[in-house]
Design a protein around this ligand. Structure first.
Ligand code: NAG
Ligand code: NAG
Ligand code: NAG
Ligand code: NAG
Ligand code: NAG
Ligand code: NAG
Length: 656
């Protein structure tokens, strides 16, 4: 079981689906003059792009060419931007070329920086109605922030270090060494005082001059800073260059990059040190203490000012709206055209209905090129302004995890608010687990993998993404399975869209589904990560038992399981299909499930504990306490004792 997760991760990574193209760094930017879909310009581009990938590979990673007759002549330029490796390069360029053809059907100019699915190579594909070779292009910008923000208290120390890194990286990138495709390329890795790892990448197309490359990269940084300083990462790009940074190694580029160690503590801390140690030596006298207090106060003031500034900037940003959507000049694909969606879903026909989720109906959509999507039409509208809605959706779009259904984009046109998601082929988990036939596909290994996947997706929502999203409506019908039976959590963050106005608390209240809702949520509307943990516990028990929570009407699966647990017969709830599998392992999961549904929210574990427990045979797992509605609070005394789950120790304890 222990080796399983790694395999699963690899598997699901290789699955990152066709829709990669519409996310993050990977969105095609369309601008310039319009053309007709079926025109000779469209045909010429398709022809030019049909063998673009081959040509790039044949030309050591960089290629530019044109096709057709004026005025419908198409100029294309493509490169493999990093770690030129033939097969990955081929796939990357082909994918981007296809995306451009599919997603840029009405503008002559386009550019797109993207990666191949394994992130081993990144690449660029450009098209235009005029030659772009050797010309610096500084518009349009494409900027994407990380959704996470840097704590205001660390910002003052962070900034100078970040700026120095930017300068260092630009300088190294523009110091042209040779004429390869990596002429202007630099990946840097560094440690900052509060950030152990910072990764930065800068690159220009090799056809421009070093000076132009410098201008381009500096402009990228300016664009990024202008809007998103204070975020924990992001990217900015123009047709001629790319800048990206993050707190994690966003691709293979950093494997053989040396890390620049963390510099000595920042200037403020230095002041503090020198004033306390230099003058007085080791002993810190009154003066030292006063100095420390003075310095601390000073730092506090700085932090406070920093905080105010960030806050003000954010407010301003909200008003201005974000540039990546500016559709005056370019038409950006994060925003879908209503007509396109109507055609794809056959005018929201009932045949295409996939289900009814919180806040709206979900339809299956198929675009003319065969791409399938899931389209969620919000019933009442979020009640948010245009810009706020866009900003919120943009943040949600940045949430990417293999166990989350990808949000590809949105449409808010003609009074509609629509979210467009990746289409996950295998239907939702309740269709499997409660179906006599399909259930047999769910062996213990598969169920374990599903449970662990859901846990990882939730952990990401709760902790790893600083948006700290509480799902609020976790249930088996919101867990989708891909072709490899990897679980993907659907419908996360929708509740956020409705969260701005406190008077709409009622809407929030009905978001959850009874039976999955934690008692404090059901009774008092109290929402927290722990209420999701509760829902997770119910799902876990359902997955093990193959029975609907509802089947235990009046009592509920949680209370039923708890009673069997106290009697020392938890195995009663185990799905008979799983009989062959060693009990211990399943019972360990029942225990984890019971811990999650404890009535006392504070006692429920966090998702990171759950994952730790799932992944280890040895870690001690505490004993659960009574769940809601169980009418029994026995064992509460022993609630904090821990037992080893290896062997039969468990049964003895359960039987006390
Ligand atoms: C390309 O399109 C632009 C409009 O965006 C136009 O001004 C220009 O003349 C066109 N160039 C060519 C070579 O057709
Ligand atoms: C596109 O052009 C082709 C041939 O030029 C024609 O057969 C086809 O019907 C056209 N499609 C549309 C949507 O206009
Ligand atoms: C791109 O399109 C070509 C031709 O339409 C197709 O053969 C190829 O599989 C596509 N590649 C990708 C990566 O989508
Ligand atoms: C980075 O470079 C810019 C422009 O050359 C300069 O103004 C700035 O002071 C530099 N910042 C740091 C921290 O070196
Ligand atoms: C050119 O420079 C790049 C980046 O420094 C390096 O990876 C590559 O090996 C060099 N190529 C040649 C032919 O020297
Ligand atoms: C590498 C490459 O193919 N370069 C060509 C790009 O296009 C210009 C003209 O548009 C040619 O002069 C280059 O040789």
């Amino acid at each position: 079981m222990g080796k399983c997760p790694v395999l699963m991760i690899l598997l699901s990574f290789s699955l990152l689906l066709v829709f990669e193209t519409l996310n993050g760094v990977d969105a095609v930017q369309c601008f310039g003059s319009p053309y007709k879909r079926n025109s000779s310009y469209a045909r010429n581009r398709r022809k030019l792009f049909s063998n673009l990938a081959e040509k790039v590979v044949d030309n050591s990673g960089f290629y530019n060419a044109s096709f057709g007759q004026f005025p419908d002549r198409v100029y294309g330029l493509a490169m493999c931007a990093r770690g030129y490796e033939q097969e990955a390069c081929f796939n990357c360029v082909q994918r981007l070329a296809n995306s451009t053809i599919d997603d840029c059907q009405s503008r002559k100019d386009s550019f797109m920086w993207g990666e191949d699915t394994d992130a081993a190579v990144s690449c660029l594909v450009r098209s235009s109605n005029h030659s772009t070779f050797r010309s610096l292009k500084l518009s349009p910008p494409f900027v994407q922030p990380s959704p996470n923000t840097i704590q205001a208290s660390t910002l003052t120390l962070f900034l100078p270090q970040w700026e120095a890194m930017v300068n260092r990286t630009i300088e190294a990138a523009t110091k042209a060494k040779n004429s390869s495709v990596l002429k202007y390329y630099r990946a840097e890795k560094a440690g900052f005082a509060d950030f152990p790892d910072v990764y930065m990448l800068m690159q220009c197309t090799p056809d421009i001059s070093s000076k132009d490359c410098n201008t381009c990269l500096r402009d990228c940084v300016i664009y990024y800073r202008k809007q998103y300083l204070g975020r924990e990462g992001g990217m900015a790009s123009f047709p001629s260059c790319l800048f990206r940074w993050d707190k994690y190694a966003f691709h293979g580029a950093f494997d053989d990059v040396k890390r620049v160690p963390a510099p000595p503590p920042g200037p403020h801390v230095n002041e503090e040190e020198s004033s306390t140690t230099n003058k007085k030596g080791r002993s810190i006298g009154y003066r030292g203490i006063i100095a420390i207090i003075a310095v601390l106060t000073f730092i506090n003031i700085l932090v406070f000012i920093g905080f105010i500034k960030v806050y003000a900037r954010r407010r301003k940003q909200k008003n201005v709206g974000s540039a990546e959507y500016s559709d005056s000049d370019g038409q950006f694909m994060l925003r879908f055209d209503l007509g396109m969606i109507e055609r794809a879903t056959d005018d929201f026909s009932s045949e295409n209905t996939l289900g009814q989720g919180g806040f709206g109906t979900v339809y299956k959509g198929t675009f003319p090129n065969g791409k399938e999507v899931a389209v969620k039409r919000l019933t009442k509208g979020s009640g948010q302004g245009d810009t706020e809605f866009k900003n919120e959706v943009s943040l949600l779009t940045r949430l990417q995890h293999r166990n989350l259904v990808k949000l590809l984009g949105f449409c808010n046109e003609g009074g509609e608010e629509i979210l467009v998601y990746e289409f996950v082929p295998n239907a939702s988990l309740d269709n499997f687990i409660f179906d006599e036939e399909k259930r047999s596909l769910l062996t213990w290994e598969v169920r374990f993998k599903i449970i662990e996947g859901i846990a990882r997706g939730l952990l990401y929502l709760h902790e790893d993404s600083q948006l700290k999203i509480v799902h609020r409506d976790l249930k088996l019908s919101n867990i989708l399975l891909d072709a490899e039976m990897n679980p993907k959590i659907a419908d996360f963050g929708t509740a956020r869209l409705f969260d701005t106005d406190e008077t709409r608390a009622e809407t929030k209240r009905i978001a959850g589904t009874r039976g999955y809702m934690a008692p404090e949520y059901l009774n008092h509307g109290e929402i927290s990560a722990k209420s999701d943990v509760y829902s997770f516990g119910v799902m876990l028990l359902e997955i093990i038992s193959g029975e609907k929570n509802k089947s235990y009407e009046g009592e509920g699966l949680a209370a039923f399981t708890w009673k069997r647990w106290v009697e020392g017969k938890p195995e009663i709830i185990i799905d008979h299909i799983l009989k062959e599998h060693p009990r211990n392992e399943i019972i360990k999961l029942i225990k984890i499930g019971l811990l999650c549904v404890q009535e006392n929210a504070a006692k429920r574990p966090t998702m990171s504990s759950v994952i730790m427990w799932l992944g280890s045979e040895k870690i001690l797992i505490p004993l659960p306490d009574a769940p809601a509605n169980s009418g029994s609070r026995s064992q509460s005394e022993s609630g904090t004792t821990t037992v080893s789950m290896s062997g039969d120790v468990f049964t003895e304890l359960a039987c006390r």
